[in-house]
Design a protein around this ligand. Structure first.
Ligand code: HEC
Length: 192
């Protein structure tokens, strides 16, 4: 009994000392893990719906899925998590990057050029504005075979016409497998 009480107070003491140091790092780490999960579930949900639509109606039907569902999934996840979540690209179809997103995407391209796989490329930064801290995060999205029918070098002319009707300023073609197609971009006030 005595021993366990002693043990308990010792670990309480250890916690009291450890807590301030652990917190500084872990608030960011915990929120980053939530961001990573949100990005992953965005990608997974969209890819699942995209593949199902490609199978049942081909790329022309799947364009509708990307057009309608991508923004909806992002909005649902943003509401669910409280984070601002979207996808963007240096060659956007729908979502132009902000200036800080552009800088990060350019850095991602350099990492890719040095041979890093898109799946391993991510970035984060804590930014302070008016005394409030914001945690910004981006994660590269690679180009797979399944992406090429709508983002590749030889998009079917009918499909391209449909894409250009929906997105008159489309720049998101000409990609090759393994290229960085874009990135998830997430930001929110830092919880501390
Ligand atoms: C059936 C056609 C189609 C396929 C296949 C497709 N996309 Fe897209 N993609 C689109 C459309 C349409 C948009 C615009 C969505 C919107 O309005 O938000 C888009 C937008 C994007 C964006 C957002 C940035 C931007 O350019 O606006 C990324 C990133 C992206 N696609 C990645 C991919 C990846 C990675 C794959 C393969 C896993 C893929 N896409 C497969 C049609 C497609």
């Amino acid at each position: 009994m005595k021993a366990s009480l002693f043990g308990a107070s010792l670990s309480a003491l250890a916690l009291a000392f450890a807590a301030p140091m652990a917190q500084a790092g872990s608030a960011v780490d915990e929120q980053l893990n939530d961001y990573r999960q949100a990005a992953q579930s965005f990608g997974k949900t969209l890819k699942g719906e995209l593949q199902a639509a490609m199978k049942s109606g081909g790329p022309t039907a799947a364009v509708e899925v990307c057009h309608e569902r991508a923004p909806e999934i992002a909005a649902d996840l943003s509401e669910e998590t409280g984070f601002t979540l979207r996808r963007t690209s240096l060659k956007p179809r729908a979502t132009k990057p902000t200036s800080w997103e552009t800088a990060v995407l350019l850095d991602f391209e350099q990492q890719r050029a040095k041979g890093t796989a898109p799946a391993d490329i991510e970035w984060h930064e804590v930014v302070e504005a008016d005394g409030d801290k914001e945690l910004r995060y981006m994660k590269a999205i690679g180009t797979d075979d399944v992406c090429l029918s709508c983002h590749g070098e030889n998009v079917d002319p009918d499909l391209l016409a449909k894409i250009e009707k929906l997105y008159p300023e489309d720049q998101a073609t000409g990609f090759k497998k393994g290229d960085i197609r874009g990135a998830f971009s997430i930001h929110a006030p830092l919880d501390d």
